[in-house]
Design a protein around this ligand. Structure first.
Ligand code: G3H
Length: 194
């Protein structure tokens, strides 16, 4: 069976400021990660004839795959980050002080809470269905570069986590998670590159 590699974009100017959503470019550290990721993929997949890179349409993921030139790339809007609607581009502290009810509602039910004019985790899980169907059809490795909420949802699906746990799964930055379906269930390896 083919492995799937999951990774978040490198650090962006938005993650430095702790912004929710947004579409900022990589920081200098994020740029370093884009190079380390290419080195890792070159080494880890050097015996593979084919593989593909799937990513979201946001600047930070596009920049993160810029050095992965050996494999075809596919952009999926379905891999874009959870839409924070009217809260997009705010910091978590700003949401807490300007919209305390929203902040509280989200902390009480992060799975079902839908940002005003945005999405919930359940919405994200639902929009990932075509991605999962396509992934299960692949015969070669796939490298997926997408955002924390999206990777929580994909990882939760493959690792068979209860829905309620999905919004809290740790997906550390600058780390590649390799998942592979084995006979005894899912096997995973983590590579911290930075
Ligand atoms: O990186 C941001 C995540 O995609 C959303 O994180 O659902 O814990 O606020 P959160």
């Amino acid at each position: 069976p083919r492995p799937i590699f999951l990774t978040r974009p490198g650090e962006s100017l938005g993650s430095v400021l702790n912004l929710v959503g947004g579409d900022k470019n990589l920081s200098a550290t994020g740029e370093i990660y884009s190079k380390l990721l290419a080195d890792f993929v070159n080494e880890r997949l050097k015996t593979e004839h084919t593989a593909s890179v799937w990513m979201s349409t946001l600047q930070r993921t596009i920049a993160t795959v810029q050095h992965l030139t050996q494999f075809p790339k596919v952009q999926w809007r379905a891999l874009d980050d959870i839409s924070a609607g009217i809260c997009d581009g705010m910091t978590y502290d700003e949401i807490k002080s300007k919209m305390p009810e929203e902040y509280k509602a989200r902390s009480l039910d992060k799975l079902r809470y839908r940002y005003p004019r945005g999405e919930s985790y359940l919405d994200v899980i639902q929009r990932l269905e075509p991605v999962i169907i396509e992934l299960e059809r692949q015969h070669s490795p796939v490298i997926i570069v997408a955002h924390q909420a999206v990777l929580r949802s994909l990882y939760g699906y493959f690792a068979d986590k209860p829905l309620e746990q999905i919004p809290y799964i740790e997906i550390p930055m600058h780390t590649v998670i390799e998942v592979q379906m084995g006979v005894a269930g899912v096997e995973e390896k983590r590579y911290k590159l930075l």
